[in-house]
Ligand binder design. Structure first.
Ligand code: 13P
Length: 281
């Protein structure tokens, strides 16, 4: 059932778990997330990166909303990393009311002004806003932030940011990165704990592909209620396509799409279990 992201994050806080937000690009991705969520009886978020939104437009958004509405599991549909009014307008016009306002590349006061404006607009539609403070390194679709521009979230600034913008969830930068970690991920848990102590809204951790069970557990213990996962699901999709094309140069297309759904579904289901969401639907 289509459920506000805010409600899902508060359910997660009350239940001591976190919800996975899985980036999808097409029908196969949507089918994989819904099937995994239903098999695991665990809530999940269908997430669209602005590049996917620009490619798929209103039909893609409507497909995600319909899938969430038709599922017996609580699901929401969320726009990831939006730094432009144009993308946000496109999403709102298509019926999305859960938005990440990403002003993390802006100077602090500009980020506050941008995020506060988006929050007022989205709240007028009873929607949910996530925003980011600090800056996450790595690559996701057309968004690349080199390591020298990455910035960790300052706990005191986080408290001021939440107060001044009125956002519903805060994405933190504590050493997490988009894409593949080079070496073992190193997360700054004392920083996460300090952020959690100063603000009382749910926290979000991007770059959850490649994080160990121990890191996921500690993150949940310090207030993370939403994990964003893209790379591992996308890799499962691409590997499945490559394997099928390797087997035969002209495979049956429906069967190729079915294999891709199965491959992504298995990754999504494993994350739903890892985040403690199984059985919470
Ligand atoms: P990964 O691609 O590293 O899983 O990160 C996804 C993400 O943070 C989406 O915003």
């Amino acid at each position: 059932m289509l459920t506000p992201t805010k409600t899902m994050l508060h359910m997660a806080r009350d239940g001591g778990y976190a919800v996975g937000a899985f980036n999808v690009y097409n029908l196969e991705g949507v089918l994989a997330v819904v099937a995994a969520a239903e098999d695991e009886f665990g809530p999940a978020i269908l997430q669209l990166h602005p590049e996917a939104l620009r490619h798929g437009g209103k039909p893609l958004v409507e497909m995600c909303l319909a899938a969430a509405r038709n599922s017996f599991i609580p699901m929401s549909v969320h726009l990831d990393h939006s730094a432009s009014d144009e993308d946000i307008r496109l999403a709102l016009d298509a019926g999305l009311v859960s938005i990440m306002a990403d002003g993390s590349s802006m100077a602090y006061d500009d980020n506050v002004a941008f995020t506060g404006g988006v929050t007022a607009l989205v709240h007028s539609k009873d929607g949910t806003v996530e925003a980011e403070l600090g800056r996450l390194a790595g690559t996701e679709d057309d968004l690349t932030v080199p390591e020298n521009l990455a910035k960790l979230t300052d706990p005191d600034q986080a408290a001021d940011f939440v107060d001044r913008t009125g956002i519903d969830a805060l994405a933190v930068c504590i050493g997490n990165v988009h894409g593949t970690y080079s070496g073992e991920p190193v997360l700054d848990f004392p920083r996460l704990q300090a952020i959690e102590a100063r603000i009382d809204i749910p926290l979000v951790l991007h770059g959850a592909s490649g994080l160990s069970q121990e890191m996921i557990g500690r993150s949940i213990a310090f207030g993370v209620r939403k994990f964003n996962v893209n790379t591992e699901v996308r890799q499962a999709y691409m590997s499945s396509l490559t394997a099928r094309l390797g087997e035969s140069p002209q495979p049956d297309l429906s069967s190729v799409m079915g294999s891709a759904v199965d491959a992504m579904k298995s990754v999504v289901a494993s994350k739903i279990r890892l985040f403690g969401t199984s059985g919470k639907g």
